[in-house]
Design a protein. Structure first.
Length: 227
């Protein structure tokens, strides 16, 4: 059985694709984009180990969920497990699948970086590819910068009719006990507000060890990254 190594999950968001979705952020990424908002999820280290079938049930427990968004970290590093996750999810409900990757689609097809890449690509409805480039961040859409491309790999109406590139960005903040998770591609200024709020919490009564930190979809900027 292929186990997934998961940085975070969230059930029920409208900030990362059409409809109500569940999100999986995998742990580990071979890229080090300047300005990555999720630097804690770049190291290839053990996080939450999840079995695909059980995770699929968890992600679809909310009957409103009609889609999955795969992000990270780098999803293609765990393509085999994610492909199985999608298969298990679609055995429960016919969900749409949106996947972010720092790779280019042509490279994934010509030189798959991990087992299961072709299997995963065959199940993804929309692939958003390419590394984040801060200078090309135009503040719009679900891609973090304009060099990233949106590939509609299927004709699924739910994803085909959604404006991934031009829509105004939205984001949600999920608070789970002392943890806070920023979900979505933040519109300009929101990350500053979120970081200020987190700093306020850290300066207050909550222990730092209890704070899960700022997590969001991959390929979006983090202003305080010095690189
Ligand atoms: S922006 Fe995406 S591809 Fe780049 S380092 Fe962060 S998680 Fe990896």
């Amino acid at each position: 059985m292929t186990l997934l190594n998961i940085a975070a999950t969230h059930v029920g968001t409208e900030a990362l694709g059409p409809g109500v979705r569940s999100v999986v952020w995998v742990q580990g990424c071979p890229f080090h984009c300047s300005g990555c908002i999720a630097p804690d999820w770049i190291p290839d280290r053990p996080a939450r180990r999840a079995e695909p079938a059980a995770l699929a049930e968890e992600l679809l427990a909310d009957p409103r969920v009609t889609g999955l968004t795969l992000s990270g970290g780098e999803p293609m590093q765990q393509a085999a497990g994610l492909a199985e996750l999608v298969r298990q999810a679609r055995a429960i409900r016919d969900v749409s699948v949106v996947c972010f990757t720092g790779h280019r689609l042509e490279g994934l097809r010509a030189r798959p970086p991990a087992p299961g890449v072709q299997d995963l690509l065959a199940q993804v409805d929309v692939l958003i590819d390419g590394r984040y480039v801060a200078a090309l961040d135009d503040g719009r859409g679900l891609r973090g910068s304009s060099n990233q491309r949106v590939h509609h790999l299927t004709g699924r109406p739910a994803t085909r009719d959604y404006d991934f590139e031009g829509r105004s960005r939205t984001a949600e903040i999920a608070v789970d006990g002392p943890g806070a998770l920023l979900i979505g591609v933040p519109p300009p200024g929101l990350l500053d507000v979120f970081d200020t709020a987190v700093d306020s919490v850290l300066a207050g009564s909550w222990p730092r060890s209890g704070l899960r930190g700022a997590g969001t979809s991959s390929h979006v900027p983090r202003k305080e990254d010095p690189s």
